[in-house]
Structure formats: C-alpha cells, structure tokens
Design a protein. Sequence first.
Length: 468
Amino acid sequence: MKVAKFGGTSLANAEQIKKVGDIIRADHHRRLIVVSAPGKRHKDDNKVTDLLISYAERFLENKEAEKEKQAIYIRYQEIVNELGLSEEVWQRVEADLEEVLANKQGLSTERFIDAVKAAGEDTCAKVVAHYLRSLGEEAAYVNPKEAGMLVTDEASNAHVLPGAYEKLAALRERKGITVFPGFFGYSAAGELVTFSRGGSDITGSILAAAVKADVYENFTDVDSVYVVNPNLIPQPKEVKEITYREMRELSYSGFGVFHEEALIPAYEADIPVCIKNTNNPAAPGTMIVAERPYATNRVSGIASDSGFCSIYVSKYLMNKEIGFGRKLLQILEEEGLSYEHTPSGIDNISVILRERDLTADKEQRIVERIQKELLAEDIAVQHSLALVMIVGEGMRQSVGTTARATTALAAAKINLEMINQGSSEVSMMFGVKAEEADRAVIALYQEFFGDSEDAEAKPAEQESSIMV
Ligand code: ASP
C-alpha cells in the first residue's frame, strides 16, 4: 500500500487535479490519498489557505469579507465545473463551506481560524473523491475525526498524539481509494486543530506510519529535491537519495520542499519517502531513506535561512562556573524563547535565536538580567544573521570538508560570524550577515558541486577518509 500526498500546486485547478487522478489510477497501490488545499496556479496567484486566513481575519474584525469569500467559492466552483462534476456536487460543497465560514457559533478566535483554514483541505478532499468516483473508481472522503487523527490542542501548531496511530491503522482495511484531507486533526475533546503551515506533509507521514505503507509518496511541482535552492543556481544537481537526518537538517535550514516536522513519523516507522513531480510523474524523484552510500557524495545539500540573531556572552572562567549555561538558558525560557544553537568557547557562549521571537523589550530585559544575574563581562546582540548549512552524512567519515568550505568562503570574501558543527556531524553551519548568505551558498555550491563530476570526485582523490 502506498500513501500519496498531493501538494497545493498539484491541486491548483481542474487541469492539475486531472493529472492527480491519472497518477492515482496508474498504480492500484495508491490507496490512501492525502490532499492539500488548492495552491497557486501562477506566480501572482493566491493559495486558497491564504484566502481563507484573510477571510477569517476580516470576519473576526467585523470587516466586510465578501470579496475574500467569493474568491474562495469561485476557486472551488471552477474546479468542480471543469472536472465535469454535477451542479448537485457543487451545491453540497458550497453548503459545507458555508457552514464553516458563516458560523462562528461560540468558537474562540483561534478555533474559528483553524476551522476556516482546515476547510481548504477538507473541501478539496471531498471534490477529489467525487472526481475519482466520476471516473468510475471506488473512492471515498474520510473525515479525520472519524478516522482518529488525534492531535494536541495547540491552535495552528498541533502535534500528533501517540493514540492516533492505532486507530488510523484501520484505514488500511478500507476498500477502494480513501481521500484524506491534510493539515488538521482533532483534540481529545473533539476540537478541530490544524498543524503548522504546510502541514499536509505531516498528515501524509502520520498516515504512512499508521498503515505501515511501503512508501510515502509526496507529490509536488519539482522533479526532485535539489542540492541547493534552484532560485540561486540555475539547474542545480538533483538529489537522488538522501537520509532522513540530512533531509531534516535541510528542511530546517530553508529547503521548502518538505515540512521539517513531517519526517518524524515516517522515520520512526522506517517508511521510505519519495518526493515526486505531479507534472512529470515518470521522473524517479528523490528517495528519503534511513541509509545511503556515502562514499561518492559526502555532502548532500547546501541551504541557508535568514532571520536569526545571536546573543554573545563572555565571562572569564565561565568554563568553571557550574550552572552558568543553565542560568543563561533559564532567562530565555522565562521570556518564552526557544533557542536554536549554542556555540561556545572557554569563556564565552553565543545563543542563536529566531529574530522574530526576540522583541525589543524582551531583548532589553534579557541583556539586563544577564548582566545583573550572571555578572557577564561582555554581552552583544547581533541581528540580521543568516545560517548557511552544509549537510551530509558522509562528512562524518572523511576529513577536510570544513577546510574546503572555509577556504571557498574566504575566497568569496565572506566574513564568518560563527561556525558550528552539529554534534551528529551531519551538518556544519556558518553564521554570516544576511546580505552575504546567497553569495556564501553559491561559493559553497561551486566548491562541492561545481564543474559537474570534478567537485564530487575531489574528496576521494585528494583526501584520505577516516572511519569514526
Ligand atoms: N494548505 C496548508 C498551507 O498552505 C497546508 C498544506 O498545504 O500543507 O499551509
């Protein structure tokens, strides 16, 4: 059994949904289908989820929201019509949408927003099920509550609860094709809660783990994952195979292809994930697996993400002061901040945070407390940082990657604000000024992947490999 998830661009209009239908029908193992809400049809278009969010926000502010509502209805109506579905189907779809959009019925603001957002996937799943039936397939929509998608009660940021898997496993026994809306589940109290944005990937992964699928296929709009952002390097190399850990690191640092939380369920259940292209299903795509051969390409990708800042703290003999790190992190915890990294030296430590979380007043309070409570000698907050990452399991088994990376960055005259190697040795991270991040990524790409085979061949020829 295969679980196949289709993203927003794969469902953006009737033409795309027809491709989805062809893909499902081409392989009878594709029996559990997860859908996103219709995404952008072209660069300047709106995703249905964004339309739903603007609608909900305007509705809650008691502002005129008819324009947003109509835009949503028109999207679905066009799809229903162009798929050749009946007027009766449209009326049912419209009535279901209306029930969610027009009824706040005692829901809190957060719950209303989640319910409206989820209507994007929910409506899409119903339409896709109708469409498959119109083609003569045995297909049915399933509601996540009835199926047992049990999640935590964190609005717009739900996480699956362990109890969900057992109940969802029964989906395996259903006859025909089951169409499951992505992006949301229900709390133990029966309230609808959505995952974070892009969360239909998470739904697919949970279902693949629950039904012990042979593979979790994630259909998107690119032939594969690329070793670097294709907006920076035209036609970069494709990644054929990548491990869960590598993909996790790359998703964290800006690879938008797959939601960073989506790998965990598949990884834990050892289900391979295959990223494929709805517009070119014959392409093999990228396989995400537990192990890959590392000998030929130790580096599997280069990514960068901006929006970070660092708090640098120094104090003589910090290394001997028991509890210094805990107290420092506790100050952040008390301000409700989670930290990303903590590179440290003997007498100094930097804490890297997401910039959006560190408001000006929090920053002031934190700096004052570090001064007063930890008697730090020097504190400096640096804003507008980007983290550039080289990711590859093969780095663990070879020497010289850092040297090559820093040499390439030095040649490109990029000043490194920080270097951090993850303890797992799967990734190496460079903190640079945000405006230098793109140049840094290009320099690293040229070093590790430039000139076709040469760059990858280089390590094997020039450097000895050690096993750790
Ligand atoms: N439609 C939702 C979003 O745009 C979830 C998803 O597509 O995965 O965030």
